[in-house]
Structure formats: C-alpha cells, structure tokens
Design a protein around this ligand. Structure first.
Ligand SMILES: NC(=O)c1ccc[n+]([C@@H]2O[C@H](COP(=O)([O-])OP(=O)(O)OC[C@H]3O[C@@H](n4cnc5c(N)ncnc54)[C@H](O)[C@@H]3O)[C@@H](O)[C@H]2O)c1
Length: 270
C-alpha cells in the first residue's frame, strides 16, 4: 500500500485563490486530486482554474460566501453533481483585517468591536460553517478529512493582532471538538486536524513585515529573531504536512494542530 496515495480524492479549498490555498491546490492537483476552488471573486477563480486545467488537472471553481449557509449548500450541490463525493475540506479562507489590528499609536481600549466581530466571523464561523455543510457529506460517506488553518498567534501573544489571535484560538478548540464529534458519532475514518503556519509573507502581512525596498520592518526583524531557522516560510513548505494529513499516512491522527514554523513555537526567545 502506498501510504501517501491521494489520487482521485475530491478536495474543496476555501480561500483557494489565496497565497497558501493556491499553492496547496496546485500540489494536490499534481498528486491526482480533483480540486474545487471556492473564492469570492469569479475572475480570480477563473484565472486559477484555467491555469490548473491548462496543465491537464481536474479542477472547478465556484464563487461562494463561506459565511452564508445557503450559498455553501448550493455549492455543495454543484460539487456533488460534478464529482459525486467530497473527501477533503481545506478551510484556508481566513486572515487578519486592518480594522481589527491595534495600530502602533493605539491600545486595547481603542479596539473596534465591529472589526473584532468581523474578524471573528471570518476565522471562526468561516471554518465552522463549511465544516458543517461539507462535513455532513463526510458523515454520510463515513469518510473524510478536514484541515483547518490556525496560526502562531494562538499559543503566544503576538502584539497588535488581538481579534485574529482570539478567533484562531477558538477555531483550534473547534478543531478538537469536531474531531471528537466525527470520530465518536459517525466514523473513525473522518479526521479533523489543523496546521499552524509560522510566518509566511502573504497579502495580509506584507506591509507589516517588509518595507517597500524589500528590507524587513522592526516587526519583521523581531519575528526572524524569534525563529530558530532565521527566515520566513515559503508557501510550498506547507505541502508535505498537508499531504500527510490528507493521506492514509496519518490515519490515526485526529484533533491535532501541527506547527510548521521554523521552530518559532519551540523557542523561548532566549
Ligand atoms: N500567510 C501566513 O503567514 C499565515 C500564517 C498563519 C496562518 N495563515 C492562515 O492561512 C490561511 C491562508 O492565508 P494566506 O496567507 O493564503 O492568505 P490570503 O489572504 O492570501 O488568502 C486568504 C483567502 O481567504 C479568502 N477570504 C478572505 N475573507 C473571505 C470571506 N469573507 N469569504 C470568503 N473568502 C474569504 C480570500 O479571498 C483569500 O483567497 C488563512 O486562514 C490565514 O489566516 C497564514
């Protein structure tokens, strides 16, 4: 048996047009997985699907709102019509947003509760809802894999990003909760895990970590100083962990959060 064979599985990727989601989609497609990209912008989705199908991969894209159950249920119908099953759900949609971040000249007492709510909706509800809508099919199939996207901001207080951190922390708890729910009530072939990427330069944090000339900001330098490997991660460095969690190689692994962080979470900073 090839422990890492994931050919012909059907994977739904929310945030599939993002920096990490698109790199993962490309890898899974190249491994023979049928890809469903969920995104917000039809044009960006089309570009990505054209690029994947142009390489001979099997992929479709659907514009859907991950915070709207009805939109997700419509999406689920389309996926089942096309592929007849859902094996893998990657909840990659998420992130920080400017309003929910404490600016350098502000304190917690300046926090906008509206922004806090919006970032919580995205990172917590935006994982819970797709897990319910697509997880229901996995419950019927008695088989499936859900992978959530957490962050280093859960274990350690990372200054400024209060709403992002709190919502990712709640999402980690949900990961464990859902893992127990699925294994005890439906099937021990349904597994729910999360990855916790360290610091990867992406659309949401580029301005926080790098200056226009490409040099690191003070915050960027602080992160590197607290990362034993002394560098930021590259999107393709998540692929091995994702592949492992999607495959039989991890068949007794559920409810975990796997850090991919160059040692950040292990380091005391001293
Ligand atoms: N890049 C990093 O360093 C890093 C580190 C830790 C965790 N993460 C997490 O990994 C995931 C992917 O990050 P990324 O760097 O690829 O980010 P990204 O911004 O490139 O991609 C995020 C995707 O989520 C989608 N999205 C945002 N709000 C949405 C909404 N309301 N409805 C539907 N889709 C929405 C965006 O359209 C985008 O495609 C996120 O959950 C992020 O929090 C990223």
């Amino acid at each position: 048996m090839n422990l890492f064979n994931i050919k012909n599985k059907v994977a739904v990727i929310t945030g599939g047009t993002g920096v990490l989601g698109s790199s993962i989609a490309e890898h899974l497609a190249a491994s023979g997985v049928k890809i469903v990209i969920l995104g917000r912008n039809q044009e960006t989705i089309n570009e990505m699907i054209n690029s994947l199908t142009g390489k001979g991969y099997d992929a479709i894209g659907i514009a859907a709102n991950i915070l709207d159950k009805e939109s997700l249920e419509q999406t689920r119908k389309k996926i089942l019509r096309q592929y007849g099953k859902i094996d893998i759900l990657l909840n990659a949609a998420g992130g920080n947003m400017p309003g929910a971040t404490i600016a350098t000249n502000q304190t917690i007492f300046d926090l906008s509760m509206d922004a806090f709510q919006t970032v919580t909706d995205l990172n917590l509800n935006g994982t819970v809802l797709p897990s319910i809508v697509f997880g229901e099919i996995m419950a019927q199939q008695k088989e499936g894999i859900i992978i959530n996207f957490s962050s280093m901001t859960v274990e350690r207080a990372v200054t400024r990003v209060v709403g992002y951190s709190a919502s990712k922390a709640a999402m980690e708890n949900f990961t464990r909760w859902m893992a127990v729910e699925m294994a005890t009530k439906f099937s021990n072939k349904i597994r729910v895990n999360a990855i916790a990427p360290g610091f990867f330069i992406g659309n949401q944090n580029r301005n926080l970590l790098t200056n226009e000339d490409g040099s690191y900001t003070e915050r960027g330098k602080n992160i590197i100083n607290n990362t034993p490997m002394k560098r930021f991660g590259e999107a393709d460095e998540l692929l091995g962990a994702i592949h492992f969690l999607c495959s039989e190689a991890s068949q007794f692994v559920t409810g975990i959060v796997l850090p991919i962080d160059g040692g950040f979470s292990a380091f005391s900073g001293v």
